[in-house]
Write a protein that binds this ligand. Structure first.
Ligand code: BTN
Length: 335
């Protein structure tokens, strides 16, 4: 643990009480000027710490930033986010950073978090709007032992974790649009981008990138997504602490991932179906210039969407953009 982190936990343990510079310096075995240097660094990280020449230091408020120390505090996971959290004030894309870490052997459960992304990536080559400190931009490294064709299972289980975390923390009525768009009132509030690294026909790593619009006001949404996107702030009218949501998301990802590893994918699939409500719907799926239309038969044991077209032919669809074409209120296409 770094000196700054030790100082932070000492201050937090004495929350609401003035502690003298001298006692901090003795406790930490560092000079008083080193204490002052770390206090200034903690303030830069967003912590509210009062100082007085006579009384010393008073810890007032934790940072709102998604710093590793803040995420780990009270995080109810065994492994996800417990060891390795790579934190950036700004990066191009957390999925790209996570990919680099995974290629260099980073363990399962490593998390990359950014306050802002300059090239946030969405599905199918789109951008993901990632303004500073207003959303969650997080990528999780998984190392499942499964063949690449079963990767859709990971997509479904992480989207259930995101939907659960969002609905328990905000009480919003959340839906999942196949495969992993999270919607509120038909508008997209979160999305998941999966990047897979394969080696000799097996999955080496999966990067699960979550983008969630938390405290983004309507007026700052770019014009081109204003009709199709929303945020927790827009839907609830309230600022929501991002930390609580990400902690709950990591906890649920770990819980569902453990169930999945124990062979209980069916339970997760059932939960996904309750959020998605698409079985029996007539849909169209656009994928790289090709379109499939048909009725949704089921999601198969590999997590793949199965539709039956008007000629009675069955199609297994791994990914694409889905539009429901027989229901006015089931979440339109998001482009
Ligand atoms: C989608 O298009 O629905 C997926 C959006 C995924 C965005 C997240 S933000 C964190 C991670 N890093 C990225 O560059 N993209 C994902």
């Amino acid at each position: 643990m770094s000196t700054k982190t030790q100082l932070l936990s000492y201050l937090k343990n004495n929350r609401g009480t003035w502690i003298s510079g001298e006692s901090v310096s003795t406790k930490m075995a560092i000079s008083r000027s080193a204490v002052w240097k770390h206090i200034k660094a903690l303030r830069t990280d967003g912590y509210l710490i009062k100082s007085s020449p006579k009384k010393g230091y008073l810890f007032q408020k934790a940072s709102d930033l998604l710093l590793a120390e803040e995420i780990r505090e009270g995080l109810q996971t065994r492994s996800f986010g417990q060891q390795d959290i790579a934190y950036y004030r700004e990066t191009d894309s957390t999925n790209l950073r996570a990919k680099e870490l995974a290629e260099h052997g980073a363990p399962e459960g490593t998390v990359v978090i950014a306050e802002k992304q300059t090239s946030g990536r969405g599905r199918r080559g789109r951008n993901w709007f990632s303004p500073a400190e207003k959303g969650i931009y997080a990528s999780l490294i998984l190392r499942p032992s499964l063949p690449p064709n079963e990767a859709p299972k990971i997509v479904l289980l992480t989207s259930v974790a995101a939907a659960d975390a969002l609905s328990t923390q905000t009480h919003l009525d959340v839906m999942i649009k196949w495969p992993n768009d999270i919607l509120v009132k038909g508008k997209k509030i979160a999305g998941i981008l999966i990047d897979i690294g394969t080696e000799m026909d097996t999955v080496n790593y999966v990067i699960v990138g979550l983008g969630l619009n938390v405290n983004i006001p309507y007026r700052s949404l770019p014009e081109e997504i204003r009709n199709d996107a929303t945020s927790i702030l827009i839907e609830t009218g309230k600022q929501t602490p991002r930390k609580d949501i990400i902690k709950e998301y990591l906890r649920l990802c770990e819980t569902y991932y453990e169930s999945f590893n124990e062979g209980r994918f069916e339970e997760i699939l059932e939960r996904w179906i309750t959020y998605a409500n698409i079985i029996g719907q007539r849909i169209r799926v656009d994928l790289a210039g090709r379109t499939h239309s048909g009725n949704v038969s089921h999601i198969d044991a590999d997590g793949v969407l199965v539709i039956i077209d008007s000629t009675g032919r069955t199609h297994r669809i791994f990914s694409g953009d889905m539009t429901v074409i027989n229901e006015m209120n089931s979440g339109g296409s998001i482009t």
